[in-house]
Design a protein around this ligand. Structure first.
Ligand code: NAD
Length: 311
């Protein structure tokens, strides 16, 4: 089976940085790209146009570098050995997307919204080499929708590679084929996931939130609803859903802070929008307090505030 030597990861947030580190630990060269957040001004103070361009580029790379630094700082053991970090090169989608041309595998790990993912795949379609595999780390968006407008060759080489957080420690890797994914491509990724990345594979179907999050987000939202109805605090809930239940590191609100309140709400919203009234979709309605946290950018570990981290 054709080996995977070089990969690109697009989106250097909680997941993308963790995925890049995990790939590097497996000896794979990785290009990790992010983008400048909308509304940001760059290089304005540079003394001449050449410097401005250089500074702008360095500043544009800062988002990916920042993501990677955060991943390493939050989990110093993200790289088994510091030298593996050298296998990750950072860049930005504005200047460096062309670098996917050399990659055998491209993993998308950007915001959990359909339109930005669709436009990224349209750009990637024009760049990736023939036979390169493109995967999305989406938590539950439908492959058929993400592939709207893409040609057959691209759809054949596309699948979902859904890693779990934290990537290094969570054994599970959920793989989902779309209606047009080539079975040989899927098998190649199964082998890669098991033999090279050391993951345990679960094969999901292209249904809203696949398997992991259809169950996981359902459980989390039902727990939040129970907390509101019983007038409990997050700490009370975690005392029950954490170590007492045999889950030392995955109590409900600790997990919500780790996942990111924004990602959690987007995943719930996407699932709600894709289900019908007969499919128990009401339980996927995110509570108003979670939506208010999102608006105030109280997003958990990646920001200054969360359920536990008080801003
Ligand atoms: P995050 O908010 O931590 O990171 C997303 C990153 O993508 C940000 O750094 C942002 O600047 C960047 N980005 C946004 N749009 C971009 C674009 N067009 N081009 C390049 N970069 C862009 O989010 P995350 O938690 O890492 O989630 C990323 C993906 O992984 C989502 O699809 C999410 O559903 C999925 N996922 C998340 C978790 C989790 O626990 N957080 C688990 C499994 C899967």
């Amino acid at each position: 089976m054709k080996p995977i030597h070089r990969a690109a990861v697009i989106g250097a947030g909680v997941m993308g940085s963790g995925i890049a580190a995990h790939l590097a630990n497996a000896g794979i060269h990785v290009v990790l790209l992010d983008m400048v957040p909308p509304g940001s001004t760059l290089g304005a103070s540079a003394p001449n146009p050449g410097d401005a361009q250089k500074n702008d580029r360095a500043a544009r790379n800062a988002w990916a570098q920042g993501g990677l630094d955060k991943a390493v700082k939050a989990r110093p053991a993200a790289f088994f050995h510091p030298s593996f970090a050298r296998l990750v090169e950072v860049g930005n989608v504005e200047d460096d997307l062309e670098r996917v041309k050399d990659c055998d595998l491209v993993i998308e790990a950007i915001i959990e919204k359909l339109e930005p993912k669709q436009s990224l795949f349209a750009r990637l379609e024009a760049l990736v080499k023939p036979g390169a595999i493109v995967a999305s780390n989406t938590s539950g968006l439908r492959i058929a929708e993400m592939m709207t407008g893409r040609g057959e060759a691209f759809r054949k080489n596309f699948l979902v590679m859904h890693f779990f957080n934290p990537v290094r420690y969570m054994k599970l890797l959920e793989l989902v084929a779309g209606p047009d994914t080539d079975p040989a491509v899927f098998e190649r990724v199964v082998r890669f996931g098991e033999d090279v990345l050391g993951k345990g594979i679960v094969v999901g179907k292209d249904t809203p939130n696949f398997v992991g999050n259809r169950i996981g987000v359902h459980a989390m939202l039902a727990t939040l609803q129970g907390m509101l109805e019983l007038g409990l605090e997050p700490e009370d809930v975690d005392a029950i859903t954490g170590p007492a239940m045999g889950h030392p590191k995955s109590a409900t609100f600790r997990t919500a802070d780790l996942v990111g309140v924004d990602t959690f709400v987007h995943v719930a919203d996407n699932c709600y929008a894709s289900l019908t009234a007969d499919e128990d979709r009401e339980v996927f309605k995110a509570p108003a307090f979670a939506r208010a946290m999102l608006e105030k950018k109280i997003l958990g570990d990646k920001t200054k505030g969360g359920f536990y981290k008080k801003g």
